[in-house]
Design a protein around this ligand. Sequence first.
Ligand code: PEP
Ligand code: MN
Length: 335
Amino acid sequence: MLAVLKSGTSRCKIEELKLALEKDGCIVRESSEDGRCILGLIGKNSVLEKLNSSGCIEEIKEVQEPYKLANRMFKPDGTVIRVKNETIGGAKLAVIAGPCSVESEEQIVDIARKVKEGGAGFLRGGAFKPRTSPYSFQGLKLHGLELLKIARQETGLPIVTEIMSTDTLDEFVENVDIIQVGARNMQNFEMLKQLGRTKTPILLKRGFSATIEELLMSAEYIMAGGNENVILCERGIRTFETYTRNTLDLSAIPAIKRMSHLPVIVDPSHAAGHWWMVEPLSKAAIAVGADGLMIEVHDDPENAKCDGPQSIKPKRFRNLMEDLSSIACFEKRVI
Ligand code: PEP
Ligand code: MN
């Protein structure tokens, strides 16, 4: 529920009330709207009595949706997540670029330099790869993580990489700037709970067949554990269409923006499955209000170990970033 406090309620009274509610087992989140303090509360209805007797309540509103901490009602202002010198969710669009998978030191360092020159703020690269076939390249695993660290050291770009098992949680927390939860693990609730106990920003990708509400409920798992640094990612969903690898659900962006305060980015590469669709879909994503993009970039897509057909070359990436700046400007954003 939301407790809207009377305007002019003293800070001392607000803190006293928050403490009393927390003592009763409530999760309390404070925000403000039109100068009034709003307390978002998750807990038992029995606290209603305490609220009403406090004398400072103007209105109690029920939050109908099952996602609470992720709900925009709990936090009217959009969340801005800080990662090193970069932000996700603010005026500056976040661009995460790099190969599908880390293949060698030379490959990842070279692409990292090129995407940085092109304007990316973050480097992506899979060290642990979720592949449909057990016979396909599974990633360089912990060695891949070491190579990502070298690329970060060389470029200063924060690194984003996917976690596949909680067995490696400690290594990820220690070394990774943003931990990616892939589409296949979006509803791995045990993993989400463990990630919720960390402070590392989590990039949560939408499952192939997940509704927007299910995506937000997965974010809620992470947030309920205490980690509110969640970035959502629309990466296409399964439909009857087979021409594209997935169907990019652009309508999810304005929907999520209305439902939640969390930042949301778009991955046009996995949505399309075709490199030549990355440019128009990136433009569309920015135009519908996405907070950023995740783009697969490879300097030799024909020989990439994974997802070559959907990877663009560094030069095309640089041109795309230039083209996106006018759309970003139109949306009152910068890239
Ligand atoms: C990826 O980003 O490399 C990836 C495997 O994405 P998804 O989980 O969206 O398929
Ligand atoms: Mn990929």
